[in-house]
Design a protein around this ligand. Structure first.
Ligand code: NAD
Length: 317
């Protein structure tokens, strides 16, 4: 049986290579229009994407050949999971592939904010030697509050502890044992975490419970001069509330890899990005050779296994 698989969204070449080596017929199209996607769900056994292609309910309901949606990476917010379940389409992802890349980016953003590295680099390239302007702060001794003590949250905690930071974590799961084994304090409520943190870092999925989880009220509970790092999903922070807090000086800075719209669309998003106390990157946290290659291989193996299992079940009936 030859499986017909479409790969889009610039999934790493390792994915197509592995599937072709297994005898699949693979088409690669770096991006798909909605019309092309509506056609593809009727032609392919599996479609492999990253975060750009949107499997909305209306798209999924048109599917008649599609058996698997493979997401190379983490976060399934571009796929309507209820609709996929109703159509008996399996949805799989590779959450473990990008953990280290995102954790390292989080630390890089934290250090960049603390030491104003992007601004210092820019001014020197422009010919200015502003040694006395860029007096930053050290991470040692600062309280890092982590929301979401999953794979990435824990990997960030491990790295932050090596910088001698004090780490506190909040999660909806019971994380007491995992946290205490690492020397991380547990906050029993979000409010407790917000009040205690010098630096707040978000590592939770975007869903209906977490959308705008950090808004005006939550920011008002934070220490004056605290900073926020977001490498999870843009919609978790209310952009307007963050912009206001940064402009008024309630927060000292923010480092953002993710935005409510990607690319950013609203005036508030662009104003936020352009603030001098904001470091913004275009959703690059998982963009390492290692993470992308691993995600390509892992999703190819998983999708092939599911298609093979479905076929062998049909044959034994
Ligand atoms: P994970 O599932 O291992 O961890 C998420 C943790 O968040 C879990 O422990 C879960 O219990 C907790 N959680 C869920 N809802 C919560 C809530 N309302 N309050 C508190 N805790 C809550 O996921 P992960 O691999 O650590 O990834 C975390 C997020 O990072 C992903 O969902 C994704 O959105 C984001 N991410 C971003 C990039 C990027 O390129 N910037 C790359 C990978 C992942």
């Amino acid at each position: 049986m030859t499986f017909k698989i479409l790969i889009t969204d610039n999934v790493h070449d390792s994915c197509a290579e592995l599937l072709r080596a297994k005898g699949c017929k693979v088409d690669v199209k770096p991006s798909l229009s909605k019309e092309e996607l509506l056609k593809a769900v009727k032609e392919y056994d599996a479609i492999i994407v990253r975060g750009k292609t949107k499997f909305t309910r209306d798209v999924i309901m048109e599917a008649n050949s599609l058996k698997v949606i493979g997401r190379a990476g983490v976060g399934l917010d571009n796929i309507d999971l209820d609709a996929a379940f109703e159509k008996n389409i399996r949805v799989v992802s590779t959450p473990q592939a990008s953990t280290v890349a995102v954790a390292e980016t989080t630390i890089a953003l934290m250090l960049s904010l603390a030491r104003m590295i992007p601004e210092a680099v820019k001014s020197l390239k422009e010919g200015a030697w502003l040694k006395h302007k860029y007096v930053g702060f050290e991470l040692r001794g600062k309280v890092l509050g982590i929301i979401g003590f999953g794979r990435i949250g824990k990997a960030v905690a491990k790295r932050a502890l090596s910088f001698e930071m004090k780490v506190i974590a909040y999660d909806i799961r019971n994380i007491r044992e995992e946290a205490s084994a690492m020397g991380v304090e547990v906050a029993l409520t979000l409010e407790e975490l917000l009040k205690k943190s010098d630096i707040l870092s978000l590592h939770i999925p975007l869903n209906k419970n977490t959308r705008h989880m950090i808004g005006e009220r939550e920011i008002s509970l934070m220490k004056n001069g605290a900073i926020i790092i977001n490498t999870s999903r843009g919609g978790i922070i209310d952009t307007k509330a963050l912009l206001k807090a940064l402009k008024e000086g309630k927060l000292a800075g923010a480092a953002l890899d993710v935005f409510e719209h990607e690319p950013p669309q609203t005036e508030e998003e662009w104003e936020l990005i352009r603030l001098p106390n904001v470091i913004a990157t275009p959703h690059i946290a998982s963009q390492t050779q290692e993470a992308q290659s691993a995600a390509g291989v892992m999703i190819a193996e998983e999708v092939f296994k599911i298609l093979s299992d479905i076929t062998s079940r049909k044959e034994t009936r």
